[in-house]
Design a protein around this ligand. Structure first.
Ligand code: HEM
Length: 156
């Protein structure tokens, strides 16, 4: 049944896009000179993948600073690269990193989040003051110094 909750999957992915738990990968080091996208990287250079940077690339995402779960819905106009009929580069969305050192816990994590969220949604109601929707202090940052009050009530 959870496998039918497509929109919940889109919401989870959109949260992972906008606020990836790991913003950068672990550092990597080149053992010899390499060329990536025309840029020569000398040997012994330390590099990291900027996951969040990929997730906010406006060549790949419509209005990247906006929360739009529909961008993961293949039937949505937001699914394709902006202004094109092309699908996004698979590396545009990499909250679990990519390649040999990517997260082996990804399938478990995605299922676990879905199970946990559906439990929380089915058991409790949530409300916030309507003006909070347009309050610029409400952001994803954990240390923004602003506390958002959420009223949580148990469903009967
Ligand atoms: C939302 C949940 C999760 C996210 C976003 C996430 C993300 C990541 C990322 C980005 C990496 C690569 C880090 C790097 O560059 O070194 C990673 C590695 C790893 N993750 Fe996760 N992870 C999640 C959940 C989990 C879970 C549930 C498990 C285990 C049950 C897990 C196990 C691992 C392990 C063992 C590695 C190291 C892989 C390696 O170095 O070869 N992760 N994860």
């Amino acid at each position: 049944m959870l496998s039918e909750c497509d929109y919940l999957t889109y919401v989870i992915k959109e949260v992972l896009r906008m606020d990836p738990p790991s913003v950068y990968s672990s550092p990597y080091m080149t053992y010899e000179e390499v060329e990536i996208c025309g840029i020569k990287i000398p040997s012994k250079t330390k590099m990291a993948i900027n996951f969040a940077g990929c997730h906010y690339n406006s060549d790949q995402w419509h209005e990247p600073t906006k929360f739009i779960p529909e961008r993961f819905d293949p039937t949505s106009e937001y699914f394709l690269k902006p202004g094109t009929d092309d699908v996004r580069d698979p590396l545009a969305f990499i909250p679990f990193s990519t390649g040999k050192r990517s997260c082996p816990g990804m399938p478990f994590a995605l299922t676990e989040i879905k199970v946990y969220l559906s439990f929380l949604i089915s058991k409790f109601d949530y409300s916030i003051e309507p003006e909070m929707f347009s309050n610029p202090n409400v952001r994803f940052e954990q240390d923004s110094g602003f506390e958002l009050d959420i009223k949580i009530t148990k469903k009967h």
